[in-house]
Design a protein around this ligand. Structure first.
Ligand SMILES: [Zn+2]
Ligand SMILES: [Zn+2]
Length: 442
């Protein structure tokens, strides 16, 4: 896809305030990377929400542990794009090239609006089945695993969902050019960012047609009345049409029915697949074993396809999100190392056409290891010190061979010293841990 889009257009694209005239392209290569260029707007709006939220409520609307986990999930979800074109667009182009029935003109406003409706309609079904089919829920539960509802939650995306969602957009490929699809799949994603906030209340008549912060808030609830409701992307009319709409009533309690109580990022991404595997072995018949993956997450043998939501744990409205306390110096340490990894991540995306596969794999490995290790530190796991020590060894090696940039060019020496001191600290922590374990066993 093409590169730069001006900041004014990008800002409007975040809210779907963009015209067909400025976002119609003939070739996929000409389509701007709206999502990739949205990073400054994501950051700006998250900071704005934090400030306004603090002024309004007197408390931060996001915690460091949860916010970092959400942003980390967003980073991980986009790592496949370093190595390949997105699954959705690749499959779409394959069908368009071979099986298209007609070619809607790429430069017509009609095509643009038809594509908008089709993408949003397909998204409704992708999203609905992601909740109603357990093996798809295993991917999508990542997005629902935060017990908070703020703009960082929007970035908490699944690594694996993209490997199934592409199927749902293929009917569109029979009529609409790939470049039009490539625009709308991005605009649909961007629109869904700003609706993840509790600071915006009722939007009046817009609530009838659009998916709004209040409607999507219900979607993120684990109260009985919220489960399997409000699947819409940009429009809420699909939920009203297909009977899945629910308005906000009781106080919404956010997150999964059974909270995961961890910030370890690979666990957040993959734990439900393991759970499904284990769960299927508890059933005797082959059909029940298979239905574990195909029916809804609440399904049990003898129950309807989606299970009975009344079986879910009862809520009191007094639930407190998982938020382990950790020291301020450790929080500062984690923020600095997260920013260093974010720099490498951005570097990989900016230079993916020129970097070798070996470099790319190395940089990706470093980013993944950093995000994993941060989760271990927040969770205060016993092995956190050893993992962090090994990660610091990797960082020192990367610095030695020039694969890691400092946060700012003027901070090169400071960053190097900081990484070396980090290694020394975690090495001492690991050895003292090993020594005390040995002493105990003696
Ligand atoms: Zn959902
Ligand atoms: Zn959401």
């Amino acid at each position: 896809m093409a590169g730069a889009v001006n900041p004014d257009t990008e800002a409007r694209a975040m809210f779907f305030m963009i015209t067909p005239n400025e976002s119609s392209f003939q070739k996929v290569e000409d389509v701007p990377q709206y999502v990739q260029q949205a990073t400054p707007f994501f950051v700006g709006l998250i900071v704005l929400e934090l400030v306004v939220g603090f002024l309004k409520t007197g408390a931060p609307v996001v915690t460091l542990s949860d916010g970092l986990t959400s942003v980390s999930a967003g980073m991980i979800s986009r790592i496949p794009l370093l190595f390949m074109r997105g699954c959705e667009l690749t499959a779409y182009m394959f069908v368009w090239d071979r099986y298209r029935l007609l070619e809607l003109p790429w430069d017509s406003a009609w095509t643009w609006w038809i594509a908008f409706l089709c993408v949003d309609f397909c998204y409704y079904w992708v999203h609905r089945l992601a909740h109603e089919v357990s093996f798809m829920w295993a991917a999508h539960q990542v997005h629902h695993s935060s017990e908070y509802y703020n703009l960082t939650t929007a970035l908490r995306q699944s690594l694996t969902q993209q490997f199934t969602s592409w199927i749902f957009y293929l009917p569109m490929a029979l009529i609409a050019p790939p470049a039009v699809f490539a625009v709308h799949i991005q605009l649909n994603f961007l629109y869904q960012f700003w609706i993840h906030t509790e600071l915006i209340k009722n939007l009046g008549p817009l609530e009838w047609v659009l998916n709004t912060p209040t409607h999507h808030k219900v979607h993120h609830g684990r109260n009985s009345y919220c489960i399997d409701k409000n699947y819409g992307g940009i429009l809420i009319i699909w939920d009203r049409l297909f009977g899945t709409f629910a308005a906000e009533k009781d106080k919404v309690v956010f997150g999964l029915v059974s909270p995961i109580n961890t910030f370890e990022i690979l666990h957040v991404q993959l734990h439900y697949y393991l759970y499904l595997g284990r769960r299927s072995t508890t059933f005797k018949t082959i059909s029940d074993k298979c239905l574990t993956f195909i029916n809804g997450p609440s399904w049990k043998p003898g129950k309807p396809r989606l299970g009975d939501h009344l079986d879910n744990p009862k809520l009191t409205g007094q639930e407190v999100p998982h938020d382990p306390s950790w020291s301020l110096p450790l929080q500062m340490y984690v923020i600095i190392h997260f920013l260093l990894a974010l720099g490498t991540y951005q570097d990989a995306f900016d230079n993916k056409m020129t970097l070798s596969q070996f470099n790319m794999l190395g940089m990706t490995g470093y980013v993944l290891l950093t995000l994993t290790s941060i989760g271990f530190l927040i969770d205060q796991r016993p092995r956190a010190a050893v993992l962090e020590m090994l990660r610091c060894v990797l960082m020192v090696t990367m610095q030695r061979y020039g694969y890691m940039k400092p946060l700012l060019p003027t901070l090169a020496v400071t960053t190097q010293a900081f990484v070396s001191l980090s290694l020394l600290y975690w090495a001492l922590r690991s050895f003292s841990q090993m020594f005390s374990i040995r002493k105990k066993t003696d």
